[in-house]
Ligand binder design. Structure first.
Ligand code: HEM
Length: 124
């Protein structure tokens, strides 16, 4: 039997903690903080919950995701390559601190890499 990435990451609580720490760090970050500069606490709480729901669903957990798809949710924000690189650094930092295994970490990074074209703006 194959064990889902969701279970191998530690289930809902582990994914919730990962997402919370990642977003906290992104909001406090010198480069990425601008994306949350004018949003209020309730808006942020809603977006964080949607991120958790999305990650739970995508890793194989039981969840009905009610948010927007990734392209629609981020279109117009102007997230560029440098932002993405910093975001990935924060993912690696938080995953390391939470003790995510090398194999699971690699799967998360591959999953994010697949999402990148939906989120990052391309300059022609
Ligand atoms: C540099 C990378 C990223 C930045 C700066 C960013 C920024 C944001 C911001 C500011 C919001 C809130 C939008 C609002 O309040 O309406 C948001 C929403 C969201 N983001 Fe991201 N994001 C990034 C990458 C990602 C990635 C990789 C994922 C998925 C793994 C993701 C999943 C979501 C979800 C699920 C929402 C909520 C969608 C909804 O409101 O329907 N984001 N993002």
């Amino acid at each position: 039997m194959t064990v889902s990435l969701y279970d191998r990451l530690g289930g809902y609580d582990a994914i919730g903690l990962f997402a919370t720490q990642l977003v906290d760090r992104a909001k406090a970050d010198a480069l990425l903080g601008r994306f949350w500069a004018h949003s209020g606490d309730d808006r942020d709480a809603r977006a964080l919950q949607l991120l958790i729901d999305y990650l739970v669903r995508e890793t194989g957990g039981q969840m009905y995701y009610t948010g927007r798809d990734m392209a629609l949710a981020h279109v117009g924000m102007g997230i560029d390559e440098a932002d993405w690189a910093r975001f990935i650094e924060l993912v690696i930092q938080v995953a390391g601190e939470l003790g995510v295994g090398a194999s699971e970490g690699g799967e998360v990074l591959a999953f994010l890499d697949d999402l990148k074209p939906s989120i990052v703006i391309t300059r022609g």
